[in-house]
Write a protein that binds this ligand. Structure first.
Ligand code: ADP
Length: 607
């Protein structure tokens, strides 16, 4: 066999062994062990070990066949792949197999092997082709895309001899399917983990509707994720602005350790990693949890009976919101790399859900504040209006007395009429304001009595006759036999009809016609008021139902009004479950249409 070109071992600093994390379930490990045993027998070697290449670039021993090796090479032992790679590069390759003869290794490669792997101490017979203790036979376990997923080591051949090139080619042919089967187990395990955890995360996000409060979201997430991560305890620590909600005393930690944790998680956030604290090691923290802080955390974990504590940054885009702390007891498997990857995703998803929940809460607070202000304003308007009406009543009463006084000086009559008109307008305004605050959406709901709108229309027309005649406007009623019964408050519905009719008359000219009509189907009654009056411009139509809005049309402005009739009308209609619409053209006329459900719980939209 030819000696390949020698390569120096790099990354010596990374050679420290790392313990504590472990791959796969018991079933997965047993399966790989069985494959290792089978491969050893079929290949004619006494030792066969399988390492899995994890997402963090570490190789982890997951199965070791061969008693002697199992003792020296415990399952769960971890080392960086970067250390082993140059050693393998010293060898001769046959398909996925690489044989590295002891004498081909550089001094540093030998040293790396001493520290990394296990070099048995067997007596080597003085034959030139004898298998030497430092010899290595490695199988690259790659997936279909030729991505390395692990390594399989064969050691201690039963023949005691080094394999020839022909031996290695035969070995490849005989065992390539079994090697592939080992890769399948590795792939399946990773997939299962991802699916389980991604599922837990997705469940949280799916259930976290946009309407959820932050506390509800975190409770839900905590339950789901505790199960997903097999955690004994799972907490969220979010920082509202300057510091974590968790205080050092809450966590039972000294301030120094507490701040070190915050720093470590901040570091992990930038590095897109998680901080794993185990009794004898910490990873992912950028070296921030050292010395006293690490010891204190270790003591805390031991006192709480916790084997591992994983701190997962919670953040989205460039916003770091806090951390999720997952604690596992001794009855659970050690933390795996797939879980770290999934936990980071959960941290991202959670951040988005937290930001949504916060936005929703802010919105909710603002709405409540606006509603409070609105109800204050309504109350204030009602109080002031009441106070206005008393002196107004006195003015109007005395006016009546003065007007009926036969001794009234002749020049006073015009002034008294002007005072009467102004006081009357003030009284109307006060009454409209009171009605508006009474029919406010936040106020009492209306009574639900059966009201025949046919009757209400007749009464309204009768009351409006004098005004119509005064203006030379013809009022026509247009409806069938009815009945036009809806459920609601009669006085309020009468106000709707009166407002429409009086506006129709007010904004018409002599000779015009106002048609007040009713139609009905199974679910709704439609009231309409059609006039041939001034009409309303498109721009004004958009503002028509706003409080105090009066038309920009000069001709309309000259007619007295408060700008409260239509807003009152709209509120009454809406609190009766109905809707109002308007079609109009300037100089042509207007039609207002009010649709009311026959039964209150029926939405008009369904009609
Ligand atoms: P007002 O007391 O001013 O009549 P409303 O709220 O009832 O208050 O109406 C608001 C404005 O809408 C009025 O100022 C008027 O310009 C316009 N308007 C209402 N009804 C009609 C109508 N039938 N024809 C033309 N303009 C109307």
């Amino acid at each position: 066999m030819e000696r390949p070109q020698q390569v120096e071992v790099r990354d010596r600093a990374e050679m420290a062994h790392v313990h504590g994390t472990s791959w796969g379930s018991d079933v997965d490990r047993t399966t790989v062990e069985q494959f290792a045993a089978e491969i050893a027998v079929r290949a004619g070697f006494r030792v066969c070990a399988v390492e899995v290449l994890r997402a963090d670039g570490m190789l982890e021993f997951v199965a070791v066949h061969g008693a002697e090796a199992g003792r020296d090479l415990p399952v769960g032992r971890v080392a960086p792949y970067t250390v082993l790679e140059p050693v393998i590069n010293c060898g001769a390759t046959y398909g996925p197999l690489t044989f590295v003869a002891a004498e081909w290794m550089t001094a540093s490669a030998t040293e790396a092997l001493d520290r990394y792997g296990y070099v048995p101490d067997r007596v080597v017979p003085p034959r030139p082709d004898a298998w030497r203790n430092e010899d290595m036979l490695v199988v690259r376990l790659s997936d279909d895309l030729d991505v390395l997923r692990g390594l399989l080591h064969l050691d201690d051949p039963e023949s005691g001899r080094r394999p020839t090139g022909a031996d290695l080619v035969r070995l490849c042919d005989d065992l390539h399917l079994t090697f592939r089967a080992v890769v399948s187990v590795v792939e399946r395990e990773e997939l299962a983990q991802r699916v389980r955890l991604a599922d837990a995360a997705r469940k949280v996000i799916r259930q976290a509707s946009a309407q959820m409060k932050l506390s509800e979201l975190l409770t839900l997430a905590s339950d789901q994720l505790r199960e997903g991560f097999h955690a004994r305890d799972l907490q969220f620590h979010l920082r509202p602005g300057d510091g974590y909600r968790l205080s050092p005393s809450d966590a039972g930690l000294t301030p120094t350790t507490f701040h070190a944790i915050n720093g470590a998680v901040e570091h992990a956030w930038r590095e897109e990693t998680v901080v794993i604290v185990e009794e004898d090691r910490v990873s992912g923290d950028g070296g921030l949890l050292e010395g006293a802080a690490q010891q204190e955390l270790g003591r805390n974990l031991a006192a709480a009976g916790v084997c591992s504590m994983v701190m997962v940054p919670i953040g989205s885009a460039d916003v770091h919101l806090g951390m999720m702390v997952i604690q596992r007891g001794p009855d659970t498997q050690p933390w795996t790399v797939s879980e770290s990857v999934a936990a980071l995703e959960v941290g991202h998803d959670l951040a988005r859900a937290v930001l949504n929940a916060r936005a929703h809460e802010r919105e909710q607070r603002l709405t409540e504040e606006l509603m409070r202000l609105d109800s204050y304003r309504t109350q204030m308007v009602a109080t002031v209006t009441h106070e206005l009406r008393n002196p107004l009543g006195v003015i109007l009463g005395h006016l009546e007395l003065l007007e009926s006084d036969p001794a009234l000086p002749s020049g006073w009559a015009r002034s008294l009429t002007a005072i009467g008109k102004a006081a009357g307008r003030l009284d109307t305004l006060a009454e409209d304001l009171l009605t508006l605050s009474r029919v406010d959406a936040t106020g009492q709901p209306p009574n639900l009595d059966p009201v025949d709108l046919g009757e209400v229309v007749e009464e309204a027309v009768e009351l409006a006759q004098i005004e119509a005649q005064r203006r030379g406007v013809v009022v026509v009623v247009e409806h069938g036999h009815g009945p036009y019964v809806v459920q609601g408050e009669r006085a309020e519905l009468a106000r709707v009809v009166t407002n429409l009719l009086s506006n129709g008359i007010k904004y018409s000219d002599p000779g015009d016609q106002v048609v007040l009509g009713l139609e009905a189907d199974a679910r709704a009654v439609v009231l309409f008021c059609r006039d041939e009056g001034l009409g309303i411009s498109d721009a004004d139509q958009t503002m028509m139902f706003e409080e105090f809005f009066r038309s920009t049309n000069r001709a309309a402005l000259q007619r007295p009004g408060t700008g409260l009739g239509l807003p009152i009308l709209r509120r009454i209609v809406e609190r009766h479950g109905g809707r109002v619409s308007l079609t109009s053209a300037l100089g042509v006329g207007s039609t207002f249409t009010v649709t009311l459900p026959k039964r209150r719980h029926e939405s008009v939209a369904d009609c």
